[in-house]
Design a protein around this ligand. Sequence first.
Ligand code: PLP
Length: 461
Amino acid sequence: MKYISTRGAAPVLNFGEAMMTGLARDGGLYVPEAVPVMSKDAIAALAGQSYEETAFRVMRPFLGDTFGDDEFRGLIARAYAGFGHAARAPLVQLAPNHFLLELFHGPTLAFKDFAMQLIGQMMQAALEKSGQRITIVGATSGDTGSAAMEAFRGLGNVDLFILYPHGRVSEVQRRQMTTPVEANVHALAMDGDFDDCQARVKDMFNDFAFRDGVRLAGVNSINWARVLAQVVYYFFSAVALGAPHRAVSFTVPTGNFGDIFAGYIARQMGLPIEKLVIATNQNDILDRALRSGAYVTDGVKPSISPSMDIQVSSNFERALFDAYGRDGAAVAQLMAELKAGGFHISQGALEMLRATFASGRCSEEETTATIRAAHAATGEVLCPHSAVGVKVAEENLGPTPMITLATAHPAKFPDAVEGAMGLRPALPPRMGDLYSRPERVTRVANDLAALQALIRERTGH
Ligand SMILES: *Cc1c(COP(=O)(O)O)cnc(C)c1O
């Protein structure tokens, strides 16, 4: 299995190399040269299997010889052992044809644990073999950083630096990033918003002297290994509802387009997914782009679903690559135009995207109203991101069963939930001491040179 860049001008890599590289050297994102298809029988045989066995069968064809079969099974087992629910990703029913996939039973209570726990295990295993040590730098709007801290703390061959926008993450998210005691993980609170954090991380990757000097690797949602780990729960939930004999649709609360792109890969692998519905909050660039064809940035408006407060959805580049017939030069041109504010999606590409994706937007008031209404109707307490999904899903219900991804536990965003329904959701007992652990964080300016100096100093490069 070979991986190629969406901009067509970076080295072709195998799975292990693509995982360690993150962003391609031409600025593009790695995608499989060809997506392996699972036969109808192979999908049917997933019925009744554990999450871990499903993960093994779905991901194995993408890995080449990076890991042996027994080794990979061991990594999967370790990745999901710390989850607080035996099913890992349980489905609950909200309405006659509407289901909620609870992806928030991992150690940091958001879906990002599914990918991050596994990529931590996979990177450490690969580094132990090669005897190398790497530096991971990631930007976060909150949940990526906490998931990464939890997944990488204490791993012997990795130093992890997480940049988060100072004052713009929830207290639970912040504490999950600032309370791990292991010396190899570093929380950095930066002045600016998430896009500023993401831009500085991209700058570090584009500075090849720095990149090679500290052996920089990335775990943001552009990392192919993260996307791949997320493909699994599309299979797991669809099969639980009768796939491949029955089609399903998914609605996905979307920010960086990573989670929903995993659904697109599942569909390409042969999973019968009718519609993939993009659900955005008031930061609605994707919804506007799909409706109008104009992908134009518009500044970030802070919302009560902050993990989706993003104006440039990095992984959308992967969908564009396919929509433009895998023409890397065309994608590179679009991304150059984006730097200057935006671009128009060609008619052909727009038709391809609309054949796969639907979209909708949920305002702040609608988010609050949906949390309240879902609780009254079902007793289910939704986090604000999941509420965005449920609202948009309700506009897209039809004869095909709809699965909405619940991306975080409500206790991760207690203020928004309390504001909506008057009850403060409690943390699961296993995390009860989060508010009493000491915090450790470094405040940093939005300044590339200063950030690089700090990282060099702490890693000894
Ligand atoms: C990261 C995140 C999202 C958005 O996921 P993308 O892969 O960036 O689209 C949605 N909800 C929550 C709770 C998240 O942490």
